[in-house]
Design a protein around this ligand. Structure first.
Ligand SMILES: [Zn+2]
Length: 127
């Protein structure tokens, strides 16, 4: 490839203590300077933006995974505490007098089950 200096990419490259000019053909002009595809400042910026977007998406996915794990841990702890509560009710024998508490417990158990299922449904949807 025998290019005149005017045809070549203007990018100065550092290699150790040496500075040399890119040997590729300049294919785009930016502010009066010619650049090859790799060193075109617009392409360089686009690649940096794409890397940043990929990084942001990865970070967001990690945060969502961590948030779901924290939610699951909190829900498990709540279930554990509630069932411990119920097991320790002194008169949890199904007596008529306790009917209100049993109904409240059943309602709470259903709510926990719904939240548990919703969490798993959300997890199944996640990429
Ligand atoms: Zn170049």
């Amino acid at each position: 490839m025998n290019l005149t200096p005017e045809e070549r990419c203007c990018k100065q490259l550092l290699s150790g203590y040496d500075v040399s000019r890119c040997f590729r053909r300049g294919v785009v002009e930016r502010d009066g300077e010619r650049y090859c595809k790799q060193h075109d400042p617009v392409a360089v910026e686009a690649r940096a933006d794409a890397r940043q977007a990929q990084w942001d998406a990865k970070r967001k996915a990690q945060q969502e995974t961590a948030a779901r794990a924290a939610q699951r841990t909190a829900l498990l702890e709540e279930v554990r505490i509630r069932f411990f509560d119920v097991a320790n009710w002194p008169d949890y024998t199904g007596s008529r007098a306790d009917g209100g508490r049993i109904l409240a417990y059943r309602e709470e158990a259903r709510n926990l089950r719904r939240r548990w299922d919703a969490l798993h449904a959300e997890e199944a949807k996640a990429p």
